[in-house]
Design a protein. Structure first.
Length: 275
């Protein structure tokens, strides 16, 4: 149920909160001169990813459809030179404009992208509307596609593909399914399959593509879950607790670093043992 990257939309039934974010880092972990793009910087896992990257000396560009949320993220980061931008993950022009802005400001594209598009529009399959199905697919799956496609095109055109890394945020729900989340589970399963295909296509350029599958993580996406439902989920988790956004962010930071230089096309579960 957790989500993380550059674009995240959070929703609960009748109310929808849009959190589309990107983090760009000029240097991260062991790799100097590396830029990183991280989505959902406005809250949850995306915000924690920005913090972890900034802690390692990165310069962050946090993007979100909610510019206030992105600005608030920037205010919490270590170091200087961070900035916030607004973006709409489902709009190709908006995504392309964001990358053009980055090229103009930094003279090179990001070489690390963290994609965390994610919304929920939960309902039993028999009651699920076309709009709620389409909205989730468009944000979670198509949004991830648009960012990856634009990012890789920009990297290739700038001859900046070597040692690049894309980390997509899926969900354990995409693997195991969940009652009332047929649309969400399908979208996140699609992210896993798309990640594997992308890793095969982009490996020749030196671009690694992996996906992280968070479990039941304490984020705004899970805040609307009733306490009784949370208790049921936690009983099925061997560690007997919800995960923390930072615990997911640390795994993402590993995949973004040179320490994972031979990991490509992998799906890494961060679930406390929930399968």
């Amino acid at each position: 149920m957790g989500t993380g990257n550059r674009y995240t939309l959070l929703s609960s039934k009748d109310t929808v909160r849009h959190c589309v974010t990107q983090c760009l880092t000029m240097s991260l972990l062991e790799s100097k001169h590396r830029q990183q793009g991280i989505t959902s910087a406005g809250s949850g896992i995306g915000r924690e990813v920005c913090r972890v990257f900034a802690r390692e000396g990165a310069t962050i560009i946090a993007t979100d459809q909610n510019i206030k949320a992105a600005t608030e993220t920037v205010a919490t980061l270590e170091g200087a030179g961070h900035t916030a931008l607004d973006i709409q993950v489902t709009d190709r022009n908006s995504v392309e404009t964001a990358f053009k802005h980055v090229l103009k400001q930094f003279s090179r594209p990001p070489t690390v992208i963290v994609n965390s598009a994610g919304i929920t529009r939960d309902n039993f399959l028999i009651k699920l509307s076309d709009n709620n199905f389409d909205d989730v697919i468009n944000v979670n799956l198509k949004g991830t596609f648009l960012v990856m496609q634009t990012a890789v095109k920009t990297m290739i055109e700038a001859n900046a593909t070597k040692d690049s890394s894309i980390i997509n945020i899926g969900s354990i729900i995409g693997k195991k399914g969940n009652i009332g989340q047929s649309n969400y589970s399908a979208s996140k399963a699609g992210v896993v399959a798309m990640t594997k295909s992308a890793s095969m296509e982009f490996g020749q350029f030196g671009i690694r593509v992996n996906v992280v599958l968070p479990g039941f993580i304490d984020t705004p996406l899970t805040m609307t879950v009733p306490d009784k439902v949370k208790e049921l989920f936690i009983k099925n988790i061997p560690l007997q607790r919800m995960g923390k956004p930072q615990e997911v962010a640390e795994v993402i930071a590993f995949l973004a670093s040179d320490r994972s230089s031979y990991i490509n096309g992998a799906s890494i579960e961060v679930t406390g043992g929930l399968h």
